[in-house]
Design a protein around this ligand. Sequence first.
Ligand SMILES: N[C@@H](CCC(=O)N[C@@H](CS)C(=O)NCC(=O)O)C(=O)O
Length: 192
Amino acid sequence: MNLVLYDAARCPYCARVRIVLAEKDVEVEVVEIDLRNRPAWLYEKNSTGRVPVLEEDGNPLPESAVIMEFLEERYPQPSLLPPDPADRAFARLQIHRADELTDPYYALRRGADGGREQLEAALGQLDDALGRRPFLGGGEYGLVDVAYVPWILRARDMLGVELGGFSSLAAWLARLEERPAVAAEAGIVAAL
Ligand SMILES: N[C@@H](CCC(=O)N[C@@H](CS)C(=O)NCC(=O)O)C(=O)O
């Protein structure tokens, strides 16, 4: 199968896909898209003109959450969703609600009033969740962690958000950064 990822290094949605591909050790051809000067043909692959788009044998698939689930089904090992349907539904719900983190992240990034406070409140919620369970999706590392970690890395390394006050979140991030797939993404963020 021929896989192509239309990618942008700075894009956290693309990072979700990069991390899943790395976790599953899937080979992919990467086409870097300049988001300030997007090629017109990208709209033929995704009507919104956004990245990521993953193309398998010429069939383009946009939307990072959908791509992550596609990769989970196409390459089931190692599994990044729990086996029980109720646990999978819980994981999907967390991914669906990631805008509770990303909205405040973008508010801070564009300098909106109260952006930092909103992001810190969202980080507090994640910290509480990680005080109750070791990973965002439950007992095991998986797609939910992958869905959130790109913004946490960028908040820390690009927006200068101090994570020290969120001890469970900081410990979770340290555990994730031990994984080569997440460490590689941290390297991409450091080079931006
Ligand atoms: N819902 C999409 C969002 C993707 C997205 O917003 N990508 C950004 C880059 S981080 C983009 O392509 N922006 C260009 C634009 O908005 O025109 C997903 O999850 O894949």
